[in-house]
Design a binder for this molecule. Structure first.
Ligand code: PMP
Length: 389
């Protein structure tokens, strides 16, 4: 199998696997909240040490890290939390047109809640937020409690929002800046203390760590806000995300973050080389191969493409040994549905449904990336031949 879906998920790194095995041997199965007895205390100490290490790596304070079950939950927790806190006085959420569904669909659900206005902000043809439009929208919401939800880097197209300018605009207009950093953190270091973000979200299974752990970095910086959690039933994570903590994933998460900090540069370089090799091979073999957005050195390893006159579902169905997608895996757009992102780019309708994504990382070599491209080219030729017959 040729695995070209690193934006979907990544395999566990050996070092992270070792941390899990050590944890399993350590008899730290107690409830980390049961600090009055020894077994609970042991688990609690592991959680605290992991939290401390993660916070340190992210330039955050340990009380600014909220553990969740993943980025989807972290985005929901923050957005619902903001809406519930501010809707009585009327609040406004501005979100990007290419956000991951965990932000996009949540904003649309919140618009039905009452007291919450939501506005979508468009992107240009390269997928970057339109800063003039954002500023116009911010100016119209003056005096209200406003949250801007914009991702750092996109998970389907190689696009990076100018988060520095977005943050400056948020500060100028008194808005809270929530950033889905799942793909951004893969490629860039986070220094939360820089004050660029009000909150930032990371998912460990995108960086060779466990599935089922999200990090909501949120707290006391200059853009801080208060939120009212939609959850009840426990005092964990300052009462914002109640529920017994997943000690195993948290311990593994600390190992994941530490490893990623030491390997990021190397990983990014590898992703960039694989993506280039893939694109060069395909462009050399098939003239109808087109990129929706050009390769972007700031967002290494993501290729969003289509073949003129080739139906993406038919191609995917005949490509079982090459793991690629039609969009984000979590929305089902991996297979049967297609994504909202090509539409936001303004691509013609006939192209929107036939866009594919390949994303690179440690589970694929440069040679395999070329082989995958050649296999795809072979299938495209077969589909064209069958049509001619
Ligand atoms: N946001 C982005 C940008 C993502 O790429 C993903 C994963 N596809 C998510 C959020 C959701 O992450 P998780 O799987 O941890 O819920």
């Amino acid at each position: 199998l040729l695995y070209l879906d690193h934006c979907g998920s990544t395999p566990l790194a050996k070092e992270v696997e070792d941390s899990i095995l050590n944890f399993l041997k350590s008899e730290s199965f107690g409830n980390p909240s049961a600090v009055h007895h020894e077994v609970g205390k042991r688990a609690n100490e592991l959680v605290s040490a992991s939290r401390e290490a993660i916070a340190h790596a992210l330039g955050a304070k340990s009380n600014e890290i909220i553990f969740t079950s993943g980025a989807t939950e972290a985005n929901n927790l923050l957005l619902w939390g903001f809406a519930l806190r501010y809707r009585a006085q009327g609040c406004h959420i501005i979100f990007g047109a290419t956000e991951h569904k965990s932000v996009f669909d949540t904003c649309s659900a919140l618009s039905d809640l009452g007291g919450v206005a939501v506005t979508e902000c468009g992107v240009d043809a390269s997928g970057e937020i339109d800063l003039d439009e954002l500023e116009r929208q911010l100016a119209l919401t003056q005096g209200q409690s406003v949250l801007v939800a914009l991702m750092h880097m996109n998970n389907e197209i190689p696009a990076r929002h100018p988060v520095e300018s977005v943050s400056r605009l948020c500060t100028r207009y008194g808005a809270f800046f929530h950033c889905d950093g799942v793909q951004g953190y893969v490629r860039e270091r986070l220094d939360f203390a820089s004050g660029l973000y009000g909150s930032y979200v990371i998912s460990t299974h995108k960086i060779y760590g466990p599935k089922g752990l999200g990090l909501l970095v949120f707290g006391s910086g200059p853009l801080s806000t208060r939120i009212t959690s939609a959850y009840h039933g426990g005092s964990q994570e300052a009462g914002l995300r109640p529920g017994t903590l997943n000690t195993l994933a948290i311990v593994a998460g600390a190992a994941t973050v530490a490893l990623h900090e030491s390997k990021r540069a190397q990983r990014v370089q590898h992703m960039a080389h694989c993506a280039e090799a893939f694109v060069n091979t395909l462009s050399g073999l098939i003239s109808s191969f087109k990129l929706t957005t050009p390769l972007n050195s700031k967002v290494a390893g993501i290729v969003n493409f289509y073949f003129e006159d080739i139906d993406a579902p038919t191609l995917l169905a005949s490509l079982k040994e090459v793991c690629i997608n039609r969009g984000a895996s979590c929305t089902g757009s991996g297979g049967e549905q297609y994504s909202h992102v090509p539409k936001a780019l303004g691509l013609p309708v006939e192209v929107q449904a036939n866009v594919l994504r390949a994303s690179f990382g440690d589970a694929v070599s440069m040679e395999d990336s070329k082989i995958a491209a050649a296999r795809i080219a072979e299938r495209v030729r077969q589909l064209v031949d069958e049509r001619i017959k």
